[in-house]
Design a binder for this molecule. Structure first.
Ligand SMILES: Cc1cc2nc3c(=O)[nH]c(=O)nc-3n(C[C@H](O)[C@H](O)[C@H](O)COP(=O)(O)OP(=O)(O)OC[C@H]3O[C@@H](n4cnc5c(N)ncnc54)[C@H](O)[C@@H]3O)c2cc1C
Length: 370
């Protein structure tokens, strides 16, 4: 008999959501996290927006799981007092030439089942008097959440249901042996191994590395991840009341565009930008020299913001399946029996809206394990 029924690699919001969902239904469940604490990588370096599901191709996992995740997250937040706010989002066309794209977005989002309302410039200005607009759209189901509180909730739920959560535990080897998986782990410089019937790879930025350790040809499977940094700049508290919703521009082909993000504490920041990294470095520094380019993007929406109003804030790293310039790719959530790895589930390219989708991803993985 194997030591574990299911081992989850990665203690970000997705691994924790899965641990909370499956513990009690499978036993024992192990969750292994290499850092001293869970949720310190991408899951704590994002906009903390509960997305509505507007931007994703109809029928894609991103669209389906975002919509379901949005509904499930609000339910969880209300039932368990997880700090959140249904703040709504305004998408503004800053010039007439963007109105056609805005309408395309409206059709895409509505087709995905998202509640959306097209608004005239006058109606937008009633909601947000300080922004530039030629017309826009309101998304009432977009909100904000404390990602840390959500992860704490998943963590305690998983623990209460019997999951064993191990931090400081780096997975360095995976081998299929005698009908189960032998995992080699490194803890405090010591190597040891144990066996698990099934494995869930929720390793975020390193999900392709973990798939490779299990013997998958990462390039042939199109699992290679590209790290893409997103930085934020903040406005001082004296200016943070200049918007009262999340305010986004009409997106470009590669990004949602630098947008105004309000957090639960009332701080206002702008971001994230898009910077593909040529090497895998966990460098979260925000380069001050980006200030002017940032201010230019911000002024598209809020013309009164000056360069000197912006201060470098935080950054995060996206695990993107698409290389720079390529079209958007969907999440990969896949059981790998046909690659000779039964009961091995890969989650690759879980970029935005992964936080929103986390409870829906967990339910999907639970079905795959059942
Ligand atoms: C700038 C930015 C803004 C975003 N904004 C939003 C947003 O507003 N709304 C939204 O829904 N989503 C957003 N996202 C996306 C969201 O943050 C991610 O989809 C989500 O956090 C992914 O969670 P995860 O658990 O898959 O990954 P992670 O949080 O990266 O967790 C993976 C974990 O695996 C661990 N790990 C890796 N390798 C190993 C190993 N060998 N052994 C053990 N452990 C290992 C890591 O240490 C890490 O803790 C944003 C992302 C970014 C970068």
């Amino acid at each position: 008999m194997a030591d574990a029924s299911v081992t989850i690699i990665g203690g970000g919001v997705v691994g924790l959501a899965i641990a909370a969902e499956i513990s009690g239904k499978h036993s024992p469940v192990f969750l292994l996290e290499r850092r001293p604490k869970y949720g310190t990588e991408t899951s704590s370096r994002n906009s903390e927006v509960i997305h509505a599901g507007i931007y994703y191709q109809h029928g894609s996992l991103k669209a389906i799981l975002c919509l379901e995740g949005n509904r499930l997250l609000y339910e969880l937040c209300e039932k368990h007092q997880i700090p959140h706010r249904r703040i709504s989002k305004v998408i503004t066309a800053t010039r007439n030439s963007e109105l056609e794209e805005l309408e395309r977005l409206y059709r895409l989002g509505s087709g995905n089942g998202v509640e959306l309302k097209m608004l005239t410039a006058h109606e937008i200005l009633e909601l947000e008097p300080n922004i530039v607009t030629a017309g826009g759209m309101l998304s009432p189901s977009t909100g904000i959440i404390s990602a840390h509180a959500l992860m704490d909730f998943y963590y305690h739920t998983a623990k209460d249901r019997g999951a064993e959560i191990q931090t400081h535990c780096n997975v360095v080897g995976i081998e299929r042996k005698n009908g189960c998986y032998e995992l080699t782990i490194e803890e405090g410089g010591q190597r040891s191994s144990f066996t698990s019937e099934r494995v869930v790879n929720a390793a975020g930025l390193e999900a392709d590395t973990i798939a490779g350790l299990a013997g998958i040809d990462v390039d042939a499977a199109h699992y290679r991840l590209h790290w893409c940094k997103g930085c934020y700049f903040a406005l001082p508290n004296s200016l943070s009341k200049c918007v009262s919703h999340l305010v986004y521009p009409v997106p470009t082909k590669h990004s949602l565009g630098v947008h105004a993000v309000v957090d639960l504490g009332g701080r206002l920041k702008f971001g994230p930008d898009v910077e593909y990294l040529s090497a895998r470095t966990m460098d979260y520094a925000v380069d001050e020299s980006k200030r002017h380019a940032f201010a230019e993007s911000v002024r598209r929406i809020l013309p009164h913001v000056r360069d000197e109003d912006l201060t470098p804030d935080m950054s995060g790293l996206r695990p993107k399946l698409q290389a720079e310039g390529d079209p958007q790719k969907d999440f990969i959530i896949r059981e790998e029996s046909d690659r000779g790895l039964p009961g091995f589930i890969d989650l690759i390219g879980i970029e935005s809206p992964g936080l929103t989708a986390s409870p829906a991803i967990a339910k999907m993985v639970e079905k795959m394990l059942a």
